[in-house]
Structure formats: C-alpha cells, structure tokens
Design a protein around this ligand. Structure first.
Ligand code: FEO
Length: 169
C-alpha cells in the first residue's frame, strides 16, 4: 500500500481511539452527575469508536501494513452542561468526517479501489454518527437539562446497547 495512505489510515486508527477516549471521559462526567442514561449512551459510543479502530487495524494488516499505536491526547474532563458535551461530540464527529473523506479522496487519487471501497463503510457511518448526536442536542434543547423531560431523556439514553457489526461489511 502507498506509504502516505498507510500513515493516514494508521493516524485515523489512533484518532478513533482518541474519539473513544473522549466518549469515555464524557461518560465519567455524566456518571458523576448521576445521569446514568447519558453516561450509558457515551459508553456505548466508546465501544463503537473502539470498533472503528479495530476495523482499521485489521484492514492495515490485511493490506500488508503495520499498525502503530501512538499517544492519545487528553480527552478533557468537564463540560458546562449536557448540551455542551454533545455539542463537543458533534464538532468532534465533523472533524472525523473530514478526515475520513480525506482518506477516501487520497485512495481514489491513487486508484486504490480496495481502500476506497473499504472507507465507504465509514463515510456512511459518519452520516449516522452526526445525525445521532444532532438529534440528542435537539432533544436536550426541547426538554431542558432538568425536570421530568430530562429524566425521561436520561431513561431513553439508558436503553442504548452496543451491538458489534460484522467486521467484513
Ligand atoms: Fe468513529 Fe464517531 O467516528
């Protein structure tokens, strides 16, 4: 595989782990506030991000590459509100989307069809990721951060479960 493209994938694998770490930190923030449903949503997202990293790790190996783990930046620990945490998540997901698009574009330029097709899964996944976070922001705006509405939203987010998708999709 092209060395520059291999590095982009490796960097993205590490960025997915960074994403996982941010969601894990947000989970701890919500658990500490007693919002265990919000925390559950974040911890399911943590697992999703680790799955994304695992998918890229295995792809690198399949292509004869060598995955490298690097230092993960500080994920942060405080957000000023539930909405602020989800807004941060949305901003972060938009960065992920632009990075995925850059990898897909680089693969297309190199006529690396396998990598280009592999990244289609992530292109579609990012639509879901941004949509899911955006919908929660809208719900928080609708019900507020305290009171029965927030309680119900916490219950709704408590129902999220992680289901690992097939690796070879
Ligand atoms: Fe793996 Fe949320 O992007």
């Amino acid at each position: 595989m092209d060395k520059k493209l291999e590095k982009m994938i490796n960097d993205q694998m590490n960025f997915e782990i960074y994403s996982a770490y941010i969601y894990l930190a947000m989970g701890a923030y919500f658990d500490a506030k007693g919002l265990t449903g919000f925390a559950n949503w974040m911890k399911v997202q943590w697992q999703e991000e680790l799955f994304h990293a695992k998918k890229m790790y295995l792809y690198l190996l399949d292509k004869g590459g060598r995955p490298f783990y690097t230092a993960i930046p500080d994920p942060g620990k405080e957000w000023k509100s539930a909405k602020a945490a989800f807004e941060h998540a949305l901003e972060h997901e938009k960065i992920v989307t632009s990075r995925i698009n850059a990898i897909k574009s680089a693969a297309m330029k190199l006529d690396d069809h396998a990598t280009s097709v592999f990244y289609n899964w992530f292109v579609n996944e990012q639509v879901e990721e941004e949509k899911n976070v955006g919908e929660i922001i809208q719900k928080i705006e609708f019900v507020g951060e305290k009171g029965p509405g927030a309680y119900m939203l916490d219950k709704e987010l408590a129902a999220r479960v992680f289901v690992e998708p097939p690796l070879a999709e």
